[in-house]
Design a protein around this ligand. Structure first.
Ligand code: UD1
Ligand code: CA
Length: 452
């Protein structure tokens, strides 16, 4: 068995994307196009070469993997020219597998089949039979044997009618590939050195070309513009949603659900429409997520309700808690069992213990809140003095009256109580009542002003 080298072509600008980003850095679901390809390539070989050109520095920075050998193609003179840039690094006595950075759904299994064919015969290419072969290079066969590939722009009417297309992906004996690349000419409609011409040259050299025909044409779909990118995104989201539903997750409308990451769930979970899951999210059993929620990197327990329009990021929500509607749980927050976080409440880097309630319009930041605490409407922990952040500690059983500001650092003892409308600057011991409220003045003979 010869060793395998993978060359991934990613130097093109992707003009049709109309973007300042190189095409291979466009995102599909949760990764860039190039990362999708790398993921499938990773386990196949010892060496990966990525050919970069347009926005090359950006690509390197974004992907940042030590295992990749970056190859510069300074001028985009065609796919054959691109492969040629990597060949000096590759030994003759190996197999070179060429992949495209803009063909993201290729599967590792398909690639290993292709390589296996190339190990036996020297040259193998990947093809598909499409209803609409427009834009692809067509594969020309005689007596079922592959003769050559002709590009769309160079093809005659008869050739254009051929529906078997070149996926662009091929595996070749590296020594042969070097020789044939040296024979390429740019005498075609685009004035480029086509990798696809290697096939015709090999046939003239007496070689037989093996082929692997993919059944699922999505696997070889090349992404050229944002319409195709969005279409592929929907295909993948729908596929993923179907898998989740088959595993028991109830999605009210799979067409209005997106998961850009991983989602694990127990039994009887239900997700309403327009929910976005990002990063790693875990749901326990019997948990409900209402419409329009965004949940990113969160561990959510059993019997939890996340009500509409809530945003949760990097947080842990324990069993039986209820969040929302319109709640925002920010990173490093921990919501305890059966706790309730109500509407227009923002929690940042805080731990809220069991059975505590923050039901309306509050900001809780850098705080540790005990068990069975009741935080009234409009309570604010003033955690920031303009320079540093400070902590607020509220022990078990405390009652904080509405419209209170807690000026951190401050600590409130067990079962203490704070009267509504207070500005608390000093610690309270267990059981104390804290109150900072100007005395009310009532004017008996006051009269409402009249309009002049
Ligand atoms: C190519 C194939 C075509 C095939 C199709 C499949 C050639 C000449 N044509 O056409 O037969 O059906 O892919 O999708 O091979 N690239 C470089 N450097 C260059 C030119 C391109 O790195 O100088 C990269 C691009 O970034 C891209 C890939 O090669 O990732 C394919 O290039 P593209 O211009 O999209 O080729 P197609 O016209 O689609
Ligand atoms: Ca293409």
């Amino acid at each position: 068995m010869k060793s395998i080298n993978i060359v991934i072509l990613a130097a093109g600008k992707g003009t049709r994307m109309n973007s300042s980003k190189p095409k291979v850095l466009q995102t599909l679901v949760d990764k860039t196009l190039l990362e999708h390809v790398l993921m499938q390539a990773q386990n196949l070989c010892s060496q990966i070469y990525v050919v970069i050109g347009f926005g090359g520095a950006q690509v390197r920075q974004m992907i940042d993997k030590d295992s990749i050998n970056w190859i510069a193609q300074n001028k985009q003179l065609g796919t054959g020219h691109a492969v040629q840039q990597a060949m000096p690094h590759i030994s003759d006595d190996s197999i070179t597998l060429v992949l495209y950075g803009d063909v993201p759904l290729i599967r590792q299994k398909t690639l290993s089949n292709l390589v296996e064919q190339a190990q036996k015969t020297g040259i193998a290419l990947l093809s598909a039979v499409l209803d609409n072969p427009t834009d692809y290079g067509r594969i020309l066969r005689k007596n079922n044997q592959i003769q050559a590939i002709v590009e769309q722009k160079d093809a005659n009417t008869k050739q254009l009618a051929c529906r078997e297309v070149n996926a662009g992906i091929m595996a070749l004996d590296s020594g042969l590939l070097k020789t044939y690349l040296g024979n390429l000419k740019a005498d075609n409609a685009q004035g480029e050195f086509y990798l696809s011409d290697v096939i015709g040259i090999a046939v003239k050299d007496g070689k037989t070309i093996a082929s692997v025909v993919v059944k699922d044409e999505n696997e070889i779909l090349g992404i050229n513009d944002k319409v195709q990118l969005a279409k592929l995104e929907r295909i993948l989201q729908q596929k993923q949603a179907n898998q989740f539903m088959q595993q028991g997750l109830m999605l009210k409308d799979p067409a209005r659900f997106d998961c850009r990451g991983s989602l694990n769930f127990g039994q009887d979970c239900e997700i309403d429409v327009n929910v976005l899951i990002e990063g790693e999210v875990v749901l326990g059993n019997n948990t409900y997520i209402a419409s329009n929620c965004i949940i990113k990197n969160a561990k959510i327990g059993d019997n939890v309700s996340i009500l509409s329009n809530s945003v949760i990021e990097n947080a842990v929500i324990a069993n039986g808690a209820c969040i929302g509607p319109f709640a925002r749980i920010r990173p490093k927050s921990n919501i305890g069992e059966n706790a309730k976080i109500g509407n227009f409440v923002e929690i940042k880097k805080s731990a809220i213990d069991k059975d505590s309630k923050i039901s309306h319009l509050s900001y809780i930041g850098d705080s540790i809140i005990g068990k069975g605490v009741n935080i009234g409407a409009g309570v604010i922990t003033c955690n920031y003095d303009g320079v540093n952040k400070h902590q607020t500690i509220i022990k078990d059983g405390v009652f904080v009256g509405s419209d209170t500001q807690l000026i951190a650092p401050v600590s409130i003892g067990k079962n203490a109580k704070i009267g509504a409308g207070s500005t608390i600057t000093k610690d309270l011991a267990d059981g104390q009542l804290g109150l900072s409220r100007a005395k009310q003045t009532t004017l008996k003979n006051w009269q409402r002003p009249t309009k002049k």
